[in-house]
Design a protein around this ligand. Structure first.
Ligand code: MN
Length: 414
């Protein structure tokens, strides 16, 4: 393994891959290889607890922080000590030889809206002349409940969604979205459940949350714009959400923890992290569209931290379940090159992007979007988060995206 590989000993992310018989197996990424933990755990630890026997992370996630730390310590020993090499080698194989699977059963899925730059950009575009942020924005992390059943693993093709939109003339059309977008985000994976009626305070964030993945919240802007008042995003988002196959433990991100940006006004008590260990994270994302880098969103710029998001999600007494996934919201920084969605990068389609395959405002059929990220690790090392990739495929009834095509069904509101 070359030195300072993003999946070096400092990272040790967990995932699930298809074994030779097609059944899932838990893997740990090490360099360009995968350690088959479903096979290695009983053999190397001597344990018969079946922790990884099912091939997914669900049991391990639920097992809690002491177990997570013990397994990480053992993995560091097995993969780091020369004396263990012979025992371990038999469980290693090249990652490129395997198909990655969704690593855990997604319980509930929540998406936040925690970047001030993103929220302000969208406010300026859609509510020109009024305050870019809504009155509640700086008092709570705004979020909505998404669709857990359509969270898919990286590489899953994204079928262009169909739905209703309203044209500039006020006509209602039904058809494939003509404004398909991405949102570059991080997802946080809950391991340990919480009891209904018992909020999770900021200080207990890492007792419940196991780790982090990359997330692309595919968004049909035309469907979203027409449907979202008054109850928020629905079908414009729920057709697909992609996550990276590797879940990076919070334990690997100790050196990436940074103070979040200053908050004003001071948040209410359950969100006030003054004096708490910081949960801002210096994770740097890159977004590529058909191979061309189009953005470098900085997670450290996020106004609300994941600890505040978890505290807010549970302040009303809602319980957590193993496999709950909550996403940060689009990560946009202060500069035009650090915006995490096409609607911002092209300013609502006014300024097309130039990529190798041509000009783009929103996504065309066949377009591939790849989001990657890194963070600082110990001793100058790099923590890699891998990638979340997805390619857009045509909506079944419309093989090409054509704004001028007659819609399948149209009514006039005029
Ligand atoms: Mn989103």
């Amino acid at each position: 393994m070359r030195e300072n590989h993003p999946f070096g000993l400092q990272t040790l992310p967990f995932g699930s891959f298809a074994g030779p018989d097609g059944r899932p197996r838990v893997g740990v990424a090490i360099g360009d290889h995968i350690l088959d933990l479903t096979a290695a755990w009983p053999a190397l630890s001597g344990s018969d607890d079946g922790l990884f026997a099912a091939g997914t992370l669900d049991r391990f996630l639920a097992a809690g922080p002491e177990c997570w730390a013990r397994v990480r310590q053992l993995l560091t020993h097995w993969l780091g000590e020369v004396s263990e090499r012979g025992r371990v080698a038999t469980f290693l194989s090249l990652a490129s030889a395997h198909t990655m699977l969704l690593p855990f059963e997604v319980a509930d899925y929540v998406d936040f809206y925690a970047s001030e730059h993103h929220a302000a950009n969208l406010g300026r575009m859609f509510r020109p002349g009024s305050e870019p942020l809504t009155p509640n924005w700086k008092h709570m992390p705004i979020g909505y409940h998404g669709r857990a059943g359509t969270v898919v693993v990286s590489g899953t093709p994204i079928v262009r969604p169909r739905g209703q939109r309203r044209t500039a003339d006020g006509d209602i059309q039904v058809g494939p979205s003509t404004r398909l977008d991405i949102e570059a985000e991080l997802g946080f994976v809950v391991g340990v459940p919480s009891t209904m009626g018992t909020p999770v305070p900021l200080s207990r964030f890492d007792r419940h949350v196991f780790g982090v993945c990359l997330l692309n919240d595919w968004s049909a802007r035309d469907i979203q714009a027409w449907e979202y008042v008054p109850l928020g995003p629905f079908l414009g988002k729920s057709f697909a959400t992609s996550i990276s196959p590797w879940i990076v433990p919070l334990a690997a991100l100790e050196h990436a923890r940074v103070a979040p940006p200053p908050r004003s006004p001071r948040p209410v008590e359950y969100l006030d992290d003054t004096g708490e260990a910081p949960w801002g994270l210096d994770i740097r994302l890159e977004v590529r569209l058909n191979g061309t880098k189009v953005s470098e969103p900085p997670f450290a710029e996020m106004y609300w931290t994941p600890a505040q998001q978890l505290a807010h999600m549970t302040v009303n007494g809602a319980g957590l379940r193993t496999g709950d996934l909550f996403a940060s919201g689009t990560i946009s920084g202060p500069t035009p090159e650090s915006r995490g969605s096409l609607i911002e990068l092209t300013w609502n389609g006014e300024h097309p992007l130039r990529v190798e395959s041509g000009e783009r405002t929103f996504l065309a059929d066949g377009d591939e979007v790849v989001i990657t990220a890194t963070a600082p690790g110990p001793y100058g090392t790099t923590i890699g988060l891998g990638e979340v990739a997805g390619t857009v495929v045509a909506s079944p009834e419309s093989k090409s995206l054509d704004d001028s095509a007659a819609p399948a069904h149209s009514t006039s509101r005029r």
